[in-house]
Design a protein around this ligand. Structure first.
Ligand SMILES: [Zn+2]
Length: 250
């Protein structure tokens, strides 16, 4: 090796060593965050924050709104998001600060699979008619993303009801599939955000009542035509609750 090259290599090694020292100093100041297969948060999030990481957080806490409310998934961390983060923390025995911090993210990582679905639900479960999410009232990508939000709400509902399994009997439907099962022409199942829940271990009324606290604008259940054998939940834009036999009306 020519001497000049040796010197250059030595210089590089020294620069690299200095950089390493710098890196470890930074690592001490900010503890390393756990990486996750779906999404990794790199900062604490508090009221006033905005960005895609806020949006990702909102999806995960969308099952923790004030009763009857819906958390907007808009990337803006406002008071409703703060309250939802607080309720999520409380539900899992964490300090309810309303700021998403490392402990909050660790709980979310524990709850989510690498495909971003919550631990106790999966995309296949919300799509029993059509495997590629196309053919509905929205694009396949939108239908799938709607289903993801619904699953996080269901995860919150499952946890609130004592961590016992919920039975999803229908989710996203293409138009062809919706016609086949006799769904309403404007059914939310065409949008991917609806889920039908069967009874056992919970009664249909227990499910309909709990859905009011979990961010579902649409709730149809016992007493509503065609809904005596399941409780339907969705996140349509306006509130429509109708499960009269359960006392659930909007
Ligand atoms: Zn339905």
């Amino acid at each position: 090796m020519p001497r000049r090259t040796v010197r250059a290599v030595l210089t590089l090694v020294m620069v690299a060593a200095a950089a390493l020292v710098g890196t470890s100093a930074v690592a001490i100041a900010a503890p390393e965050r756990a990486a996750d297969g779906c999404f990794t948060w790199n900062r604490d999030l508090a009221e006033g924050a905005s960005g895609d990481d806020v949006k990702q957080l909102q999806i995960r806490v969308s099952g923790y709104p004030a009763s009857g409310e819906v958390i907007a998934v808009d990337g803006e961390f406002g008071p409703a998001t703060k309250a939802a983060v607080s309720r999520f923390q409380q539900a899992y025995g964490l300090s309810a600060s309303g700021t998403a911090d490392a402990a909050t993210y660790d709980k979310i990582y524990e709850l989510q699979d690498d495909d971003c679905s919550p631990a106790h639900f999966d995309f296949g479960e919300l799509n029993n008619c059509n495997s590629d999410w196309s053919g509905g009232a929205v694009s396949a990508a939108e239908a799938k993303s709607n289903a993801l939000r619904t699953m996080w709400k269901l995860e919150a509902m499952r946890h609130a009801l004592g961590d016992e399994p919920l039975r999803v009997t229908s989710g996203f439907r293409s138009k062809a599939c919706n016609d086949q099962v006799g769904g309403a022409p404007s059914s939310r199942h065409l949008y991917g955000d609806a889920a039908d829940l069967g009874s056992g271990p919970h009664s249909l009324c227990t499910l309909a009542k709990e859905a009011r606290n979990r961010g579902f604008n649409g709730i149809l259940g016992p007493g509503y035509p065609g809904h005596d054998d399941h409780t339907h939940v969705d996140h349509r834009s306006g509130k429509y609750w109708d499960a009269p036999d359960c006392g659930v009306t909007s």
